[in-house]
Design a protein around this ligand. Structure first.
Ligand SMILES: [Zn+2]
Length: 372
């Protein structure tokens, strides 16, 4: 295993941060897998999972059982990890810019431009190599101007040529769920089954230039643009894995998640040996555009009737919002049927606040599909 240290652009006199990446196996000996945790720095289940995964990878490497390269970044956001305000850790948005740490990643389709066509031919493998080389060139031309931009460039530079990219996040109170792009679904299914995902949410570009979509999106976009002329594979399977809720940080759960990730790596052929039998899927994939967010109709105390993981029928009451001055109790119902896969953690709602999310089967939203 090799540890590499990457210096972030210094934001201020006397201050330097760095990002550490852990490299297992042998580059070029097989597929490359990239895993990172806590890009939203206050989402910590993934950090513990990667702590456990590192121990397993070290043993597998010592036994000569790695068939490719696995890159692990357990602390993907040293900037956000250091943001504390009035005793609370705030790791989703950068204090300096107010930007979400998981937005504004490079648009490789635009960066590669029309010029990439001249480097393509009839061999899908050669096209994959040509596109990755062009991505590397494009990344090298980006000159970050801020510490946050340099963090984004370092993360993408570590991941851009990976066959599999897993970005480990969590929600507030949630069951394990996965976001991926529709063209990645076939590659996502084994991961979702090994991890026991209870919701799988699909989109073709959700609009936020998130880390996972920056790495997978241009592959299917180029394949569509050049359909019938040049074969272009979906050479990067990228997913955002939501490891339950903020406080679901426990050794037994994280150790099981790490075991499940190793099983997935065995299935991909990156770890030698037969993978354990693949569990049955716990859900069908549903469109992200079919996910309904329930909102507070007025301010008040939030009292949930239903738990994360419950199946909700359209029209069922999920949560009440109570104004204790007027004793108004307003029941909030879902308009779609599906799994209640995530709830908010705040129990006082301001008017319009997000309360929870239900994974409906039929797309009804369009445009920008992500939360702030
Ligand atoms: Zn997150």
């Amino acid at each position: 295993m090799e540890i590499r240290r990457h210096a972030l652009l210094s934001p201020s006199v006397g201050t330097h941060r760095e990002l550490l990446s852990f490299h297992y196996g042998t580059p070029g000996a097989g597929q490359k897998v990239y895993l990172q945790a806590s890009l939203h720095a206050d989402e910590l289940p993934g950090m513990l999972v990667l702590h456990h995964l590192k121990q397993r990878l070290a043993v597998l490497e010592a036994q000569g059982l790695l068939r490719g390269e696995v890159v692990v970044v357990p602390v993907a956001n040293p900037i956000g990890l250091d943001q504390t305000l009035m005793h609370g850790q705030l790791g989703r948005f950068e204090f300096a810019s107010s930007e979400n740490f998981n937005r504004h990643y490079p648009d490789f389709l635009a960066l590669l431009g029309e010029g990439i066509a001249a480097r393509l031919g009839q061999d899908a493998e050669a096209n994959k190599r040509a596109i990755r080389a062009a991505m590397g060139d494009a990344l090298g031309r980006i000159k970050p101007a801020t510490e946050l931009q340099s963090l984004r460039q370092i993360l993408v530079s570590l991941a851009y040529d990976a066959d599999v990219v897993l970005d480990l996040h969590c929600d507030f109170e949630a069951v394990l769920h996965v976001y991926t792009e529709t063209p990645c679904l076939e590659q996502a299914e084994p991961l979702c089954r090994y991890l026991g995902a209870q919701a799988v949410l699909l989109a073709k570009g959700s609009g936020g230039a998130s880390f996972d979509e920056a790495l997978s999106g241009h592959w299917w976009q180029l394949a569509e643009r050049h359909a019938g002329r040049y074969p272009i594979p979906q050479a990067c399977f990228s997913a955002t894995v939501e490891l339950r809720g903020n406080t679901d940080v426990y050794h037994p759960v994280a150790a099981q998640d790490a075991d499940n990730l190793i099983a997935f790596l065995q299935h991909r052929g990156v770890v030698a040996g037969d993978p354990p039998a693949m569990p049955a899927a716990l859900c069908e994939a549903t469109p992200l555009a079919g996910s309904e967010t329930l909102h507070a109709p007025h301010a008040g105390v939030v009292a949930f009737h239903r738990q994360a993981g419950d199946y909700i029928e359209a029209g069922e009451v999920v949560v009440d919002v109570i104004d204790p001055l007027t004793d108004t109790v307003t029941s909030v119902t879902a308009s779609v049927s599906g799994v209640l896969y995530a709830r908010g953690i705040v129990r006082y709602a301001t008017t319009g606040m997000d309360l929870c999310k239900v994974a409906g089967k039929v797309a009804f939203r369009s445009g920008y599909l992500l939360s702030a």
